[in-house]
Design a protein around this ligand. Structure first.
Ligand code: SAH
Length: 299
């Protein structure tokens, strides 16, 4: 019964989805459906950082109550994360750059990825010693480590249907921050060599509804294949959940041609992709009236 109902659901259409997002403002408010100016961005970023620090305590670069004395020492390699369906770079700037040295940002909508790149370049161009903008607007806060060139962000325009995390080269729009040990005109080219080196974390937030079930499972499999260390790599899924009554369910949203999946529907796709749930947690503290949002860490 349920299975036949599920089959009547429309599938997300890539072009319709992109058309919808391209009509939204290239801002936090735009990517967060009108929740960009309240407490949601801060609560969301804090919840995400705590979730990651709990799972990967070695990412904490400063003494912290979360980092046990027995935590593995930071690896010699620069920790690297992938931010997919990244919008204007909100997760990159507010979560990932606080914990990772290098971030690859992937987003298909031209005005969004252009705005992300603009924010990254503005951070890079800040005068030395510029004071942190304690602005009400989180979009104005400089990106951690970018001006000092200790962190880097590389920008790619692609959909998740076409993107292969193991082979991210090809559509690189730009890069800011750390350039490796190379100097001069070829520095960026040299820095891009590290792109194929895989990821410690693949972060997927509020974008996987744009994928049909088969595309979702295929993307998870490609992501898992791009772990640097299969024993420690993680895919994090932070997404809305629709309600369910004992069996997997999804709701189609015509406005952005996306699916909202229930907890069991997500778990079905994880299992199909051969992923095990390492940790799962509901994000608390969001405004009333939103879907439940859950974080899953998978490998
Ligand atoms: N993850 C970001 C943006 C969320 S908004 C954040 O949390 O701030 C949803 C994003 O999904 C938009 O940037 C939209 O352009 C992107 N998106 C839509 N269709 C997509 C697709 N087929 N592949 C990848 N990203 C897609």
């Amino acid at each position: 019964m349920t299975a036949s109902l599920e089959q009547t659901l429309p599938e997300p259409d890539v072009e319709d989805g992109i058309k919808y997002w391209a009509s939204q403002p290239a801002s936090y408010d735009g990517v967060l459906g009108g929740f960009g100016n309240g407490t949601l961005p801060r609560v969301d970023a804090l919840g995400s950082r705590q979730f990651l620090q709990h799972l990967l305590p070695e990412l904490c670069t400063v003494p912290s109550a979360i980092r046990p004395l027995t935590a593995p020492s930071p690896s010699a390699r620069r920790p690297r994360a992938l931010d997919v369906g990244a919008g204007v770079g909100r997760v990159t700037s507010d979560v990932l750059l606080h914990l990772f040295a290098d971030v690859l940002l992937v987003e298909p909508v031209a005005p969004f990825v252009a705005e992300a790149l603009r924010r990254g370049r503005a951070s890079e161009a800040l005068p030395a010693g510029a004071s942190i903008a304690l602005d009400e607007n989180p979009m104005a806060v400089p990106w951690k480590g970018v001006r000092a060139r200790t962190t880097s962000v590389t920008f790619v325009q692609a959909t998740l249907q076409e993107f292969d995390p193991a082979r991210p080269k090809g559509r690189v729009l730009g890069r800011v921050g750390y350039e490796g040990n190379a100097e001069g005109a070829d520095a960026t080219a040299v820095a891009l060599e590290d792109l194929d080196s895989g990821f410690d974390v693949v972060w997927c937030q509020w974008c996987l509804g744009a994928l049909s079930d088969p595309d979702l499972v295929a993307f998870f499999k490609r992501s898992k294949a791009a772990f640097r260390d299969p024993a420690r790599g993680l895919i994090v899924v932070k997404e809305n959940l629709c309600s369910e009554t004992g069996s997997p369910r999804a709701v189609f949203d015509e406005s952005d041609s996306s699916l909202t999946r229930s907890d069991l529907a997500w778990k079905q796709s994880f299992a199909e992709a051969g992923l095990r749930i390492v940790h799962e947690q509901v994000q608390e503290g969001f405004p009333e009236g939103l879907y439940t949002v859950k974080m899953y860490a998978l490998r």
